[in-house]
Design a protein around this ligand. Sequence first.
Ligand code: GLN
Length: 199
Amino acid sequence: MKKIGVLALQGDVREHIFAIENCGATASEVKRPSDLEKLDGLIIPGGESTTIAKLLRIFDLFEPLQKALRNGLPVYGSCAGMILLANKIIDGTADQETLEVIDITVKRNAFGRQVDSFEQELLIPEIDDKPFNAIFIRAPWIEEIGADVKSLADLTTVGGKVHSVLARSETALVSSFHPELSGDLRVHRYFIDKICCIN
Ligand code: GLN
């Protein structure tokens, strides 16, 4: 059975643990460097990216986590998790750090404030042909995408511009939205089955 860790410093940790267990994998909380051992994959939940980045420093987890991810530990970051994994952030705070594990530029709070949160049906052809009810909460979008990163779902935003809101590299999956809140396990299953395959 695959063992998937959830970074448990802040954010919607329990919802991801529930989704992982419903996919038939084992979930464990990651709060210290030793919790990173023997994982098949890691999820960085939504929450507040500036807070999670500060807590990673306070808990001496920033460097061990960055090292594990750069050494190929599969990772899925949703919303704040996507911001934390991006190489670059637009509209971050002046001192905001990221783990720099996926070659994307992410625009923080791109869809507006908390009140501008919304749900939207998305097509994710790489998964199947049934729409996915995606929940966006003070969400980022992908502004620029690197050559080794593939968009798996796009959204046309106000003004007609198309932005990727779900993308992957070989070992990292990122989403602007929160599949752990919609009760639909397909994104988690995709991560566990298609990206957490190193063992
Ligand atoms: N806007 C938040 C941030 O910058 C992310 C919101 C979320 O994870 N739902 O971290």
